[in-house]
Design a protein around this ligand. Structure first.
Ligand code: CA
Length: 242
């Protein structure tokens, strides 16, 4: 069955561009042209992913994002925000509110489809697990202290308890653990995890680290796992068992 994508976007030509190309890539597309219709559609649920424009009549993208992440029905639905180049501050705010990714207009269709596939991958592996009991292969597991990370299923557990991380948070944690003992600069993390489009936006890394710390219960204190190296980047200490 085709995966269902809700596109909340008020500019007709962008709507059409996205719809045409996503349908060509075998997605089922529903369009909403303003914020209120968009939110109502989203709440009817059953979408695999929401593409969400930032500036919308009625209700803006940030508000929709906030409401979706605060509602049980839509909390887990990945959101990719669409933003214009000049809206840099708001992009960071979007990530703060729980958007999985953002893409800047004008964007290449190829990149948009690639980002959508990446965001959906984690969702699929989550659902798979609920339907079948999949054998965990030890090769896929990465362990650090109380944390176990399954590289294939994109899952993280702390003391056996499943944590809900976004894809970027997952990748960040994975990279820090794999490079334990080494300082990773913000630029390195941006480059490896976000790719070319994100050069210079180091605040993005800080926002994700903050969320990650909250989710894994790594608050300030003497025993903080993810260490901030002032003005440079982040590091996980090389003292966990391998
Ligand atoms: Ca708009």
């Amino acid at each position: 069955m085709n995966q269902k994508i809700l596109v909340i976007e008020d500019e007709i030509h962008i709507q059409e561009l996205i719809k045409y190309n996503l349908e060509k890539s075998n997605f089922a597309v529903t369009l909403a042209g303003n914020g209120i219709d968009g939110l109502n559609q989203a709440m009817k649920g059953d979408y695999d992913l929401v593409l969400l424009d930032l500036m919308l009549p009625g209700l803006d993208g940030l508000e929709i994002c906030k409401r979706m992440k605060g509602d049980k029905r839509t909390r887990k639905t990945p959101i990719i925000m669409l933003t214009a180049k000049s809206e840099e501050f708001d992009k960071v705010l979007g990530l703060e509110l729980g958007a999985d990714d953002y893409i800047t207009k004008p964007f290449s269709v190829k990149e948009l489809v690639a980002r959508i596939r990446t965001a959906l991958r984690r969702l699929e592996t989550d659902e798979d697990e609920e339907i079948h009991t999949v054998h965990e292969s030890l090769d896929n597991l990465l362990t650090y202290k109380e944390i176990t990370l399954d590289k294939e299923k994109y899952q993280v557990r702390k003391k056996g308890e499943k944590l809900v991380l976004t894809l970027k948070e997952f990748e960040l944690l994975k990279m820090l653990i794999e490079n334990r003992g080494r300082v990773l600069t913000r630029d390195t993390l941006l480059d490896k995890i976000w790719g070319y489009d994100y050069a210079g936006e180091t605040r993005t890394v800080d926002v994700h680290i903050r969320h990650l710390r909250q989710k894994i219960g790594d608050e300030d204190g003497n025993n903080q796992m993810i260490e901030t190296i002032r003005g440079v980047g982040y590091k996980i200490n090389d003292e966990g068992d391998r």
